[in-house]
Design a protein around this ligand. Structure first.
Ligand SMILES: NC(=O)c1ccc[n+]([C@@H]2O[C@H](COP(=O)([O-])OP(=O)(O)OC[C@H]3O[C@@H](n4cnc5c(N)ncnc54)[C@H](OP(=O)(O)O)[C@@H]3O)[C@@H](O)[C@H]2O)c1
Length: 324
């Protein structure tokens, strides 16, 4: 493993929004799916991220039933607003029964954007995404509202998350974006494959989430890991049954590659991600400081071409094995 990758920052879009190539994903500090995360852990995690060279923080109106992620960020970043790039999202919230609601109506987007600023205690965020498309509202209407949020100075730039290529085109026509936020990891590449050419052509950054596959690809969950029954990851098939076994077989290959190259599995995974074409930022969630310290170190790693070949070979074998 070579350590000569010194460029740890990326530029989003044509604009001078300079962000660390690993961003801290603040979903785990919302406490909705993470078991055993406290405000003290989250504050320490944010500080560790800053110390590790991360300047890019990803939150959303819906990160917490009552804005927990914004509240913690606001506390942790007080007095250092000018040192960080804040990204948020509107278009999704939790109702009184704690059920997820998609709401892309312009009045809701504007209202929730204001609420985000209030919770974060800032005058603007650097980037505001539409979180997801509301099937009951045309995407152009939601795009107009995000453009209005930028016009009002509540966000410097616009972005959009969880869109397919057609939706990306339609959104960008009404509201030019500098970033899109799709899921992406070694085993789930479809969303990015669909958007990559469009983003390259329009100089739009790809800020990817689930790079660590909700912790699976961090490599610390062993084959015999006993999940806490409250851990909502159990609702995902990748953490259960045959798929769990297959994922652990894949991880064993990564563990061997990481060991040979003197890095950890999460560092291998994040470095591999950052060296994929057009991918600008890997968003990584963390519940504890040591997790983000480990992951952020991947910004400095450069993988040799033969490592890509070996990993690509393992990915293709994995997918052959899952075809029925
Ligand atoms: N736009 C969207 O719709 C959308 C959707 C999802 C996420 N996101 C964004 O993307 C971010 C990343 O997604 P995510 O947080 O759900 O998942 P993730 O980054 O794939 O995984 C995060 C989890 O992995 C484990 N982990 C991380 N680093 C580790 C390390 N070094 N060693 C061991 N375990 C480690 C931790 O869980 P354990 O310790 O419990 O194992 C952590 O909570 C989110 O926080 C959010 O900002 C956006």
């Amino acid at each position: 493993m070579s350590m000569d990758r010194t460029e740890t920052f990326s530029i989003l879009g044509n604009e001078a929004l300079r962000v660390s190539s690993v961003g801290l994903g603040c979903w785990p500090m919302a406490g909705i799916t993470s078991v055993g995360v406290t405000d003290e852990h989250s504050l320490a995690t944010i500080q560790a991220a800053l110390d590790a060279g991360i300047n890019f923080f990803d939150t959303a109106y819906a990160y917490g039933y009552e804005g927990q992620s914004d509240r913690i960020l606001s506390h942790a970043l007080r007095g250092r607003r000018d040192r960080v790039v804040l990204a948020s999202k509107v278009g999704m919230f939790w109702d009184a029964n704690k059920q997820r609601v998609y709401d892309g109506r312009p009045e809701t987007l504007l209202k929730h954007a204001q609420e985000v600023l209030r919770r974060l205690d800032v005058e603007y965020v650097d980037l505001m995404y539409l979180h997801a498309v509301d099937p009951l509202v045309t995407i152009e209407k939601s795009a107009e509202a995000i453009a209005e949020i930028v016009r009002r100075g509540w966000a410097r730039w616009a972005g959009v998350s969880n869109v397919d290529l057609d939706q990306a085109r339609r959104f960008h026509t009404v509201c030019p974006v500098i970033a899109m936020q799709p899921p992406f990891n070694m085993l789930q590449q479809q969303s990015v494959s669909a958007l990559r050419d469009f983003c390259r052509e329009h100089t739009i950054g790809l800020v990817c989430y689930w790079v660590l596959m909700k912790g699976l690809l961090a490599g610390h969950l062993n084959r015999d890991h006993q999940f806490d029954p409250r851990d909502r990851r159990l609702s995902y098939e990748i953490f259960r049954g045959e798929l769990w076994k297959r994922n652990q077989d894949f991880l064993d290959h990564l563990r061997a590659i990481a060991q040979r190259n003197d890095c950890t599995v999460s560092q291998l995974v994040v470095a591999w991600t950052l060296q994929q074409p057009v991918i600008t930022v890997a968003l990584c969630g963390a519940k504890r400081p040591e997790q983000i310290v480990e992951t952020a170190a991947a910004m400095h790693l450069k993988l040799a071409p033969e490592i890509f070949q070996e990993i690509d070979q393992r990915i293709s074998e994995y997918h052959k094995g899952t075809e029925t």
